[in-house]
Design a binder for this molecule. Structure first.
Ligand SMILES: Nc1ncnc2c1ncn2[C@@H]1O[C@H](COP(=O)(O)OP(=O)(O)OP(=O)(O)O)[C@@H](O)[C@H]1O
Ligand SMILES: [Mg+2]
Length: 447
């Protein structure tokens, strides 16, 4: 029995995204590098999961280690593509994050070359040559401060380097050298492309994100590399505005945001937006999560009623991380509510209680200040309903509704961020519940 879902990225798609996974695989497989592809989504909407699914479906490799138990092996993998996985935020504090990336490519190529093909055609010296090429580029990228560790094989490496690099390399040759090094490893494995997955670009400090992108543009614009970025485009653009010191000037033809976008598009020529799940998909996802959490509980009927409400009312954010948090809260509430007297008796009562349960769980997870107010004073529910009814009412400074974004005003749908939990999505449901007394709502307000 498990009581709470964790927040790990997943290979099990709960949103019917397989078509998009296949599409991105096709893009990587069929494009002519150099090529940058962005996978864009708000925080917590499944970027890492999407990159993992693409990497696995395309190459059969699961970057986080062995294939998770219960998952069938990937079919029709492309054996000509070598994946590299890089988590950008881990190298937050590197002076030159592209050096960390080069080092990671070097490591993972060496590692895969050894692991996947023990009888690799790469002789020790040729492999060292490739590694030295990486070191040379890394040294150039870091302004000469990078000191590669060649360990025991230092002597052979030195000999190889002496032979190849008598003179310091000019910029263009550095890229050619790297391209050649990558091609050597790929060829030895009968491969022809490197697919470099760079996750969490948006989690980097603006300066780091900019330096990494600059480094990629200078050193990794290679004819055998496709780079796939997982990112929240808005955050990356914001970071670029900051790091590049862009300012809007009155009357300027191009504003700062637009310039940042142009800059990003130079690195990511194709930006694919993660689809936002609709009401039905969100409802099914919540229901599947709840079913796992309540598989042993007697009151699955309660979960069923909640699903029929979320099928009808669009009250969930389009964000699997947030829906998971809500499912965890709902399951813990349902377990504790088992003793409610009416649960088994009257169907209309069950529906009403399921609605209270959902409303209070949403408020608990996403509108903490309203929940605190309700805990202190359950009669405050009438204020919440009044707000839901006419969300453009004046909110005084201390109101717990302050800062929350309504999604409906005077029966009109408002444009809101679909993934944001700060958006109030309970208008319609609360309107339908109409009168709710403090006595009715109180049993649902425990911490
Ligand atoms: N297609 C999916 N089906 C089911 N659950 C998913 C799916 N995509 C993501 N999730 C779940 O949503 C949560 C967030 O996923 P993930 O870490 O992939 O998102 P992210 O966009 O990379 O987040 P962050 O912005 O923090 O990097 C995880 O708990 C994950 O299991
Ligand atoms: Mg992520």
């Amino acid at each position: 029995m498990f009581l709470s879902h964790n927040d790990d990225p997943t290979l099990e798609d709960g949103f019917d995204n397989n078509g998009l996974v296949r599409e991105i695989c096709g893009l990587i497989r069929n494009c002519t590098p150099p090529k940058g592809i962005g996978v864009n989504g708000y925080w917590g909407t499944g970027k890492t999961s999407m990159l993992l699914q693409v990497c696995r479906q395309l190459t059969g490799v699961h970057p986080y280690g062995d294939k998770p138990p219960g998952l069938s092996a990937a079919k029709d993998v492309d054996k000509t593509i070598m994946p590299i996985w890089f988590e950008a935020w881990r190298y937050q504090h590197e002076a030159q994050p592209v050096v960390a990336l080069l080092n990671e490519i070097r490591l993972q190529m060496g590692m895969l070359a050894k692991l996947q093909d023990k009888a690799a055609k790469l002789s020790g010296v040729a492999l060292l040559g490739v590694l030295s090429a990486f070191d040379e580029v890394a040294k150039a990228a870091s302004g000469g401060v990078f000191k590669p560790e060649l360990g025991k094989v230092q002597a052979i490496g030195n000999a190889w380097e002496k032979e190849r690099y008598q003179q310091p390399l000019p910029g263009q040759s550095i890229r050619n050298l790297l391209q050649e090094a990558v091609a050597t490893v790929l060829k030895s494995k009968k491969m022809n492309k490197l697919a470099i997955f760079i996750d969490d670009l948006d989690r980097c400090e603006p300066e780091t994100a900019l330096r990494l992108m600059e480094g990629i543009k200078v050193y990794l614009n290679l004819n055998n590399c496709v780079i796939i970025f997982g990112m929240d485009q808005r955050q990356v653009e914001r970071a670029l505005v900051k790091a590049l010191g862009l300012k809007n000037e009155d009357g300027a033809a191009m504003n700062a945001d637009h310039y940042a976008r142009e800059y990003l598009e130079k690195i990511c020529q194709d930006i694919i937006h993660l689809p936002l799940p609709d009401k039905e998909k969100k409802s099914q996802y919540l229901s599947a999560l709840l079913a796992k959490l309540l598989s042993d509980a007697p009151h699955t009927i309660f979960a069923e009623r909640i699903q029929s409400i979320t099928d009808q009312y669009d009250c969930l954010p389009a964000n699997p991380r947030k829906i998971k948090a809500l499912a965890n809260r709902l399951a813990s509430m349902i377990r504790r509510l088992e003793n409610l007297p009416s649960v088994r008796v009257d169907s209309a009562e069950i529906d009403r209680e399921a609605a209270f349960c959902l409303v209070t769980a949403v408020v608990y997870c996403f509108h903490r200040r309203i929940f605190e107010q309700l805990q202190k004073n359950p009669a405050y529910i009438s204020e919440v309903i009044a707000y839901a009814d006419a969300s453009d009412i004046d909110k005084d400074v201390d109101s717990p509704m302050q800062g929350i974004q309504p999604s409906v005003a005077s029966a009109r749908e408002l444009p809101v961020n679909p993934s944001d939990s700060n958006v109030f999505r309970l208008h319609r449901l609360l309107q339908q519940l109409a009168q709710v007394t403090d006595i009715e709502i109180k049993p649902f307000l425990f911490s």
